[in-house]
Design a protein around this ligand. Sequence first.
Ligand code: NAD
Length: 435
Amino acid sequence: MASQVVSAGQQPPSLFSESATYRMACEQLRSVAKVMPEYDVGLIDRLMVPKRSLIVSVPVRMDDNSTHVFVGYRVQHSLTSGASKGGLRYARNVDIGEVAALAMWMSWKCGIMGLPFSGAKGGVTVDTAALSLGEKERLTRRFTEEVLSIIGPRIDVMAPDMGTDEQTMAWIYDTYSMKVGYACPEIVTGKPVELGGCVGRREATGRGLVYCIMNALDELNIRADSATAVIQGFGNVASVTADELVKLGTKIVAIGDRYGAIRNMDGIDLPALTNYVNGPENVRRTIVGFKEAEAIPSEELLITPCTVLIPAALERVITEDNASKLKCRILAEGANGPTTPEADTILQASDIYIIPDIIGNAGGVTVSYFEWVQDLQQFMWDEEMVNAKLKKLMLGAFTKVRNKAKERGLTNRTAALSLGIEKIAKEMDKRGLFP
Ligand code: NAD
């Protein structure tokens, strides 16, 4: 009996597909492929399996002189549209499948925004709360060394993500520069401004999300100063989003982080909360224990009534178990992949206006692109120029998503995914298959 060749695109290796997040990204791609019949199945298969993945062991000398071995990953989903680009995540549960999914989403995001990048992502399985600053630095430098053969300013450029920040990028920049023998700031984005970072990069993801929220509020005839918001997370994306919304007069009524959640239906005093979290010694703490709001169980956070619900921490937090209980008018996805496909089906039957992750949080990679361009040209822009360009690109892309959704009767998510996927599919198709 003749055996049948099964494409890895039809049945991705279990290394990736053991991850629910990777299966979710594949399911999205398959469902969007149905509205793109002009593309060959083989081409969609090529988009399903990451181009290149590296798993590395990262031995680190700990402060007590013991050696701990961490596992790190770098996945380049594609290299079709230019250097690959994506964050580096330090988290307890990160695995190769999750990183592959995040890399795939980065490709679609760069596609929607029209950036000359392909998608990538990296991760190290580690609880950063258990590391000293010195241990985190040694971990970062050794990880950089281990992935050195597949990164480069024209190959793959990292940026901060969950658990990493400007300082992490500074260590990667320094390690890479020591290896190549000259200062190479364009190897990473999201670095400190003093080292060639871009003004406004730290705030870019939250700011970009708020531009989309303002657009959605306008469309629904809701004034920003009469709206309320609930936010999951109080890290980079979440805290900047909260700040920008408060400037518009929106009341933040509940916030959650890794350790718990707080609520004040009269509006949380954000400057006071920020001071509390930063602490007198500038040591970052949890929001838990903030006296001017009541503590609530974490499960209640996402179902707190509000105008805008903003998951800005983890993936797969809106599921079939809680989707029908959401009490928001707009769901603005700051995190990557916060809504499972099952939850998405439930939400489609509601009147919740969704700003999907791949457009909602695209402000970060957009200003990362500005930073990379400035470093390559050795020519710095001012914040006014950065913010004006960010706003123009974000609103242009968001309008394209809305127009496509309206014209073709698609959900915002399918419209956004199809715009991103189409851009890469077209480029792959035109470049042809090597050899
Ligand atoms: P961060 O590390 O600065 O903050 C993460 C936040 O999530 C923290 O407040 C943490 O307490 C909270 N958190 C962790 N576990 C949680 C849990 N179980 N329940 C509730 N909250 C929890 O990370 P970030 O850079 O703000 O990234 C947040 C999300 O946004 C991620 O999905 C990331 O991929 C996405 N994102 C980030 C950027 C960026 O520029 N940083 C860009 C695009 C997308």
